[in-house]
Design a protein. Structure first.
Length: 457
């Protein structure tokens, strides 16, 4: 074997071929105000040959952060994120049970809540040279034949390959630009076998407060003008409620778009739809129009799915642009914030005039006002005033209130987490209802006359 084949990178110990950071979005509660950030949660070290997993232990490895916690004096700020699990694998991925399988990769898992690990924040677009993690090998690594495959490293080893984001699955990151020149963060997944000449239904998803896009002022690791800081929690929208992933696996091939609009941890969606340079509902409409123009989407089958605060943003989007969607699934949230009956009435009239099919789901003991039953009653009254048959009204307006016992059976007492109940017990019914709708098109006077003439003949 040639000498240059024994090491993948100059300066690395013989036998070490490369290092990859593995990231995931984690819920960070260190500040006392929980939010989601993307962190390096493990490091995958690739060796020249298969590794003897029985020789490995967490004490042999440590992830080293390049940043100190500014809240802690430098002399006491730890730079090592101690490994919590170490095992072999044939691919650079985690094993859910922490057990190894034969392979050339050593996976070094890190406790995401450790002080040093909290500084391993990363954006999905972070370039290789900016990944804030290195790995140190503090002991000899053996091959399956018992000989030393790689000696301990004299210094921490940098990443040699782009980070792998474990929680985005088939979702592709996309950054669009709104009318003010500011970024709007999106992840999308195309169905397996996607064809540019097809016509697929599309689900547009927004999740709740705390998972929206956070800017550099929310990051302790980067200066405000750092171009890679703004997306440090890019992707939190995918993992917090599971909605996007469920619909990306729907039985009918579907385009799924999850939007992560501008947010602030201390300013709820509900009270600030418009942030300087950003208008959530306007930006969401822009995203929908982008996918209608650039992808093989059936414009008559666009479905909005909102959770909590994300639902309120979608509610306003639909109120402003009812022409964009056919049906709306709202979970854990009201259509409008608070008890503004005049605002709610105007939303209801717009939804009813456009025949937007609506299904609202919430827990009986969820916090907040009557966010489902009242809008459902108002919608039904609007359709009765229009003279719609009761059966058609029953299809257009659905309301599910999950009792506490349904949460308890699933081991949950989070009554603001109706998605847990919905996807475990009711998903097939809800999805069948949602995907059955097509955009309502009000008959023109000529079309109505032709229909009456046909009926008379």
């Amino acid at each position: 074997m040639a000498a240059d084949e024994k090491s993948g990178t100059q300066g690395f110990p013989e036998g070490v071929m490369g290092v990859t950071a593995l990231t995931s979005v984690v819920r960070n509660t260190a500040s006392g105000n929980a939010h989601f950030t993307r962190q390096v949660v493990a490091v995958a070290i690739r060796f020249l040959e298969e590794v003897d997993g029985t020789c490995l232990s967490p004490g042999m490895f440590a992830a080293v952060t390049d940043y100190a916690d500014p809240a802690v004096p430098p002399e006491v700020s730890p730079r090592d994120a101690v490994a919590t699990a170490v095992y072999t694998n044939s691919v650079p991925e985690l094993r859910t049970d922490g057990s190894g399988r034969p392979g050339r990769y050593v996976i070094v898992e890190i406790d995401p809540n450790a002080q040093a690990a909290r500084t391993l924040t990363i954006g999905v677009r972070c370039p290789l040279h900016r990944i804030p993690a290195r790995v140190r090998i503090d002991g000899d690594v053996l091959g399956v034949d018992g000989r030393v495959l790689a000696p301990r490293s004299d210094a921490p080893l940098p990443m040699t390959e782009p980070a792998r984001h474990l929680d985005t699955g088939r979702f592709v990151p996309l950054v669009l630009t709104n009318d003010d020149g500011n970024p709007v963060y999106v992840h999308y997944a195309l169905p397996v076998g996607y064809r540019a000449d097809g016509a697929y239904p599309m689900v547009v998803h927004l999740t709740g407060q705390g998972q929206q896009y956070m800017d550099a002022s929310n990051s302790v690791n980067f200066p405000v003008d750092d171009p890679y800081a703004p997306d440090n929690n890019f992707g939190a929208n995918l993992v917090s409620d599971g909605i996007a992933a469920h619909f990306s696996n729907h039985s009918e091939p579907t385009v799924v778009v999850s939007v992560q609009v501008r947010g602030d941890q201390d300013i709820p969606y509900a009270t600030k739809y418009v942030y300087p340079g950003f208008d959530g509902p306007r930006d969401i409409a822009m995203v929908i129009e982008h996918f209608l123009a650039e992808f093989a989407v059936d414009a008559d089958r666009v479905y909005a799915v909102g959770n909590s605060g994300g639902g309120m943003l979608l509610s306003t989007t639909i109120f402003r642009r009812p022409d964009l969607v056919a049906a709306y699934l709202l979970v854990n949230g009201p259509i409008v914030f608070g008890d503004n009956e005049a605002e709610l009435d105007s939303y209801i009239r717009t939804y009813a005039d456009s025949r937007i099919a609506v299904w609202m789901c919430r827990g009986r003991s969820d916090r907040g006002p009557d966010s489902a039953e009242l809008p459902a009653r108002m919608l039904r009254e609007s359709y009765r005033d229009q003279g719609l048959p009761e059966a058609e009204t029953d299809s257009l307006v659905r309301c599910s209130i999950y009792e506490d016992e349904e949460f308890h059976r699933l081991g949950s007492r989070n009554y603001h987490g109706a998605t847990t109940v919905l996807f475990s017990s009711h998903y097939e019914d809800v999805a069948r209802w949602l995907f059955a709708w097509r955009k309502y098109r009000r008959p023109t006077a000529d079309a109505a006359a032709a229909r009456d003439l046909t009926a008379a003949s």
